[in-house]
Design a protein around this ligand. Structure first.
Ligand SMILES: Cc1ncc(COP(=O)(O)O)c(C=O)c1O
Length: 448
């Protein structure tokens, strides 16, 4: 008998097809990515690394054919090495990096590995605060990182941009070991050059960008690449705008050498310090099936169609934001320059983010409640919701559909204001959402 789990997977597939994912950190992967992830590579143990010789110099056929010594702790690695080397090579080309570590199991693991590579317990890290849009790993007290390192935070201006003056003042006063630019709910384009200039005034300060949300936009050329503005390290997830499998990625600039020998603690050696911090520092056996899927996704992101996709993501987000403003939604930062929109639903329609999230679930529109600047609602009843266009753009929705979407979002906000709204009122919108969603089920990406 087939395991009941597969029935639930089918149900989830139906939910994904019949509704629209507006969560800005989600996407739909291609069937090639899915295939690599569900492959027999999951059977293999491969602690350690392939040789890095020839990466960035050889073409893909050479990488896929050569047999080289490696830095692994298990036998049988000939194919695994080639796959991981392809992933590294493609990531370096995509992001103009000297080195890529493709092994982090997630974005959190990637960030923790960089902290571990460069800092000692108690060292200072300057990062964006959680209420301003930063991620939990940027110093939220509930995290392991915050218990190990001494996080200092900067915020954003009332207009929603990074408060660069505050960042500079704190950086020069505190002399942190890391200045981190990264976020999960921030709608502007950071001024990396300005931050790099500040960092350069502090000896031994590592400039780190956590671009988990926008790597796909960087790959697609619609967002600046921090590595081209003096940043030493860029971490990311691979599953958001980049449209790969769930996982992490660390890109760096510097000298790449054998991970077997501990290098000197210099900024130049950061690639190797990071390799050693990922394995054996913070992880064990890499997930080679996921690394293969990362390689496939990086290959897709290197194609010209991905550039088109990234442009459409941003265009859709801008049109959606404009349409929402016309419906009297109040947006944090007034709009967006990337893929993400943050609605102040409390001051727009008098309901909290969780109530609105639940109401939208009833019609098949999925987003997440999110805290706003100086939010009094706490993590479970925040005043905002966060939504974005990466997944719906992958489905093929365009600017025309963004206007329809804003209309649904408005109608549901009005219904959610009244807790006694009958189910039938939601059902009408649900069937409209379903009808449109089913028109945008592309073969290979998502199909019932
Ligand atoms: C900026 C940022 N960094 C790190 C992460 C963590 O990624 P993961 O959930 O893969 O650990 C996220 C995920 O939401 C993120 O937005």
């Amino acid at each position: 008998m087939k395991d009941i789990v597969f029935k639930l997977i089918e149900q989830e597939k139906k939910r994904q097809c019949e509704g629209l994912e507006l969560i800005p950190s989600e996407n739909y992967v291609s069937s090639a990515v899915l295939q690599a992830m569900g492959s027999i590579l999951t059977n293999k143990y491969s602690e350690g690394y392939p040789s890095f010789d020839g990466i960035n110099e050889w073409n893909e056929t050479e990488i896929a054919e050569r047999v080289l010594p490696n830095y692994r702790y298990y036998g049988g690695q000939v194919n695994i090495d080639r796959i991981e080397r392809l992933a590294i090579d493609r990531a370096c080309r995509l992001f103009h990096a000297d080195h890529a570590n493709v092994q982090p199991h997630s974005g959190v693991n990637a960030n923790e590995a960089v902290y571990f590579a460069w800092c000692k317990p108690g060292d200072k890290i300057l990062a964006m605060s959680l209420p301003a849009g930063g991620h939990l790993t940027h110093g939220a007290p509930v995290t392991r990182s915050a218990k190990i390192y001494n996080f200092i935070s900067y915020g954003v201006t009332p207009e929603g941009d990074i408060d660069y003056d505050e960042l500079e003042k704190k950086a020069l006063a505190e002399k942190p070991k890391i200045i981190l630019v990264g976020y999960s709910a921030f709608m502007k384009i950071p001024d990396f050059k300005r931050v790099a200039k500040i960092g350069a005034k502090i000896p031994g300060c590592l400039l780190m960008a956590d671009m988990a949300h926008v790597t796909g936009l960087i790959a697609g050329g619609v967002h600046p690449n921090p590595l081209e503005y003096g940043f030493h390290v860029m971490t990311s997830t691979t599953h958001k705008t980049l449209r790969g499998p769930r996982g992490g990625l660390i890109l760096s600039r510097g000298k790449v050498s054998s991970p077997l020998k501990k290098p000197e603690h210099t900024l130049e050696n950061i690639p190797t310090l990071i390799d050693r911090a990922v394995f054996p520092g913070t992880q064990g056996g890499p997930l080679e099936h996921v690394i293969a899927a990362k390689a496939v996704a990086f290959g897709e992101a290197l194609q010209p169609e991905f550039t088109e996709y990234a442009h459409s993501v941003v265009k859709n987000a801008k049109v959606l934001a404009d349409a929402l403003l016309k419906h009297d939604f109040k947006l944090q930062g007034g709009g967006t320059d990337n893929h993400l929109v943050l609605i102040d639903i409390k001051s727009s329609f008098g309901i909290d983010g969780k109530t609105y999230e639940t109401a939208l679930d009833r019609v098949g529109l999925t987003l997440n409640a999110n805290a706003l600047l100086s939010d009094k609602g706490g993590a479970f009843r925040p005043s905002g919701v966060r939504l974005g266009t990466p997944a719906i753009t992958t489905r093929g929705l365009g600017t025309k559909e963004m206007v329809i979407l804003a209309d649904w979002l408005h109608r549901v906000a009005l219904l959610a204001k009244n807790p006694g709204t009958p189910d039938s009122d939601y059902d009408q919108i649900r069937s409209e959402v379903r009808e449109l969603s089913l028109k945008f089920t592309k073969q290979g990406i998502i199909k019932l």
